[in-house]
Design a protein. Structure first.
Length: 240
């Protein structure tokens, strides 16, 4: 199942001019960063190491300019953004869900890394204002990523810690996942989503569920570590 998708059109490596254009986009970012933000950050993390190190400060500056909605003078990172796709190659990048597994599906592209990064950054700049700031924070986190492009990156971009084993739903809507994990249901869940759960309620639920999950109190010894980790992560998401 395709959770998010971005098409980037770019000039060929042998072309005399360096150009980038955006194509079709499916980038759900509500609540931010959402699947779209994870994909955009993943594209950046997968390609940023191939950019000239001297250009990285300019890249970071560009993210702030786009975040603020400023007019962008061209070219940037030695590439020019254009609207039409005539004469350009196509790269298609996806975030894919397969059951509870979430993974990147990046095109085996011939364009250079700067073109892929610029495509992701410019696409972020066209997101709704209400989500743009949070997604740009995710993109800047990706600029500094030094690990492999895999589950740890996805968890980090979604706001979880490395080494997390979570469902696709958790990455798409961490707050809803956290409320469900701590047992907020029906009207309680709707009220907590609308105004935020109280700290005392979250702590009370966490303590009770943590006790129930522990093997000493009848919890499944095989699943206890994952359950305790999930409860701890849910509390962190809701309380910060």
């Amino acid at each position: 199942m395709v959770l998010a998708e971005l098409e980037i059109h770019h000039s060929r490596p042998i072309a005399p001019t360096r150009r980038v254009a955006l194509g079709r986009r499916h980038l759900p970012v509500d609540p931010a960063p959402g699947y779209g933000g994870i994909l955009l950050g993943g594209i950046v993390a997968a390609n940023v190491s191939g950019i000239d190190a001297d250009l990285v400060p300019e890249l970071v500056k560009l993210t702030h300019e786009l975040e603020d909605g400023r007019r962008i003078v061209q070219p940037r990172l030695r590439h020019r953004l254009q609207v039409d796709h005539v004469g350009l190659q196509l790269s298609t990048h996806r975030l894919v869900g397969d059951g509870d597994d979430v993974r990147f599906d990046f095109d085996d592209v011939q364009g250079n890394p700067a073109q892929q990064v610029l495509g992701a950054v410019y696409a972020t700049g066209e997101l709704p204002v209400g989500s743009r700031r949070a997604v740009f924070a995710t993109v800047r986190r990706a600029i500094g990523w030094t690990g492999p492009v895999g589950p740890d990156l996805i968890a980090t971009l979604a706001g979880f810690g490395r080494g997390r084993s979570l469902s696709a739903r958790a990455f798409g809507d961490p707050v809803a996942w956290a409320l469900d994990t701590l047992g907020f249901v029906n009207g309680e869940r709707a009220a907590a989503r609308a105004s935020g759960p109280s700290r005392s309620d979250v702590q009370r639920r966490f303590r009770n569920l943590l006790r129930d999950a522990h093997p000493d109190h009848g919890g499944d010894s095989v699943d206890a570590a994952q359950r305790i980790a999930d409860l701890t992560e849910a509390r962190r998401i809701l309380l910060g």
